[in-house]
Design a protein around this ligand. Structure first.
Ligand code: HEM
Length: 222
């Protein structure tokens, strides 16, 4: 049987790269400018309601925290752990909550975003970007093995999520924007529904370097 190999790695599945740079903030490539705590006040959400699309403004806080470098055998990833918290203007109640990781593989330019939302839904979106890219796009689709979408039984049956696409753009003033298109096939409808979200984020506070870079690890008794 032929063994599939993902470039640029060879036969050795277990040897980790040598001389890993511990400072994640220096190795995030196109994700560099996302690190930190952000606020967006001009969000626009289009969501599905019984009588058609509803458009709603929103406000969000977006935390993106540098992780220690992550290896999968020879594969080296740098990334951010994020929490996105969304409310309607003037409200306290959560309107949308999302957690996950943004990851970048310097050796190939692979970008990954994991998305988990408390509807019972999770996905892995992928894309490719240059180290200094100021715009990039990631996609996931239901049924894919390496960039798939999985939903709870009810959600998958009634609000089948078939595609997800996010594009991120960095702006000259230091802010950044995202545009998302989540495609839903609602039960009983013939046309797919485009559940879209977009916002522009401005910095609230700069990122704290990852634990290893801060050198704050204290071994027990050390
Ligand atoms: C800022 C981002 C987002 C906001 C503000 C948002 C907000 C909403 C709202 C208000 C609804 C309608 C809820 C209801 O009427 O009960 C909805 C429905 C839904 N959203 Fe999102 N959403 C966002 C992102 C996402 C993402 C990234 C996904 C998945 C990839 C997603 C998946 C769904 C699904 C499957 C539904 C249908 C279930 C339902 O209508 O109850 N959403 N969203």
């Amino acid at each position: 049987m032929e063994t599939k190999k993902y470039p640029p790695y060879g036969d050795d599945l277990f040897t980790e790269p040598a001389n890993i740079d511990a400072d994640t903030l220096r190795n995030l490539g196109p994700l560099t400018r996302l690190a930190g705590r952000w606020r967006g006040v001009k969000g626009v959400d289009v969501n599905p309601k019984a009588d058609g699309p509803r458009t709603q403004g929103y406000i969000e806080t977006f935390d993106l925290v540098p992780l220690d470098p992550q290896t999968n055998g020879p594969q080296l990833l740098y990334g951010l752990r994020y929490h996105q918290h969304v409310v309607k203007p003037g409200e306290l109640q959560t309107y949308h909550d999302q957690i996950g990781y943004w990851l970048w593989e310097p050796a190939t330019g692979l970008l990954m975003q994991t998305v988990s939302i408390p509807r019972g839904q999770t996905l892995l979106a992928t894309g490719v970007a240059d180290r200094d890219a100021t715009r990039f796009e990631l996609r996931a689709a239901r049924g894919e093995l390496t960039n798939g979408i999985v939903s709870s039984p009810f959600l998958d049956e009634a609000f089948t999520t078939t595609e997800y696409c996010i594009s991120v753009t960095m702006h000259d003033d230091g802010s950044w924007s995202y545009e998302e298109d989540t495609v839903l096939q609602l039960r009983g409808r013939s046309e797919p529904f485009h559940h879209t979200d977009r916002n522009t984020l401005t910095l609230l506070s700069a990122p704290v370097p990852n634990v290893l870079a801060r050198g704050t690890i204290r071994l027990a008794g050390g």
